[in-house]
Ligand binder design. Sequence first.
Ligand SMILES: [Fe+2]
Ligand SMILES: [Fe+2]
Length: 221
Amino acid sequence: MDIARTEAFVVEALGRWCKPSRAEHSRSVAAMAAGLCERFGLDSELGRLAGLAHDIAKDRPLSEQWEEARAAAAMPGLGAVALAVSRIEAEPAFADKIIHGPAAAAILGREFGRREFGRHAIGRREFDPFEADILEAVAYHSSAAIEMRPLAKIVFIADKIEPRRPYLTDADRAAAAALGLDDLLIHALWLSISWLRRNGRAIAQSTLDLYNALTVRDAAK
Ligand SMILES: [Fe+2]
Ligand SMILES: [Fe+2]
């Protein structure tokens, strides 16, 4: 994977497709994800790129988001996108709010393949392990998933605790600086669930499933 070229594509997409506040949020998530990667022993460049890219589809027309996500879900090598899309389709009440995660992964997957396969990139069969990690992190960031690996956990967390989030308290910031990865994930999930509840919004089943799985594991310690 050529990180610098992919990052240039994402930066250009942020400027062309996203409102300024979205682009600013994305840069903030990227910085937070890079820092968390360093702290938890992952390549910070991967966190930065995934954070920058996670919301690139969010301001695209909804029909386009669904089209991108469904097309990618049918392609080999994009299992995380397929899983995320099938779960999101099962929750029609708020699916439109979270399809932007798989849609962004679809756009990024096409970009990863473009350099290698030109116009036929979307039919590419395999992504390298770094690309696969980034695609998974971007695809799952809007719904969460029990299958999330460390980079996906970090991007999910960074999205919820980046400094621009208005709901963060000093206690949240202290927790963010001190907790281990899974405890921090539980904290981020709880922040997300609480915010959705306060705003009268539904919560994705996959978010609740992950919260419950981590909490049960905690209780068994
Ligand atoms: Fe998002
Ligand atoms: Fe976001």
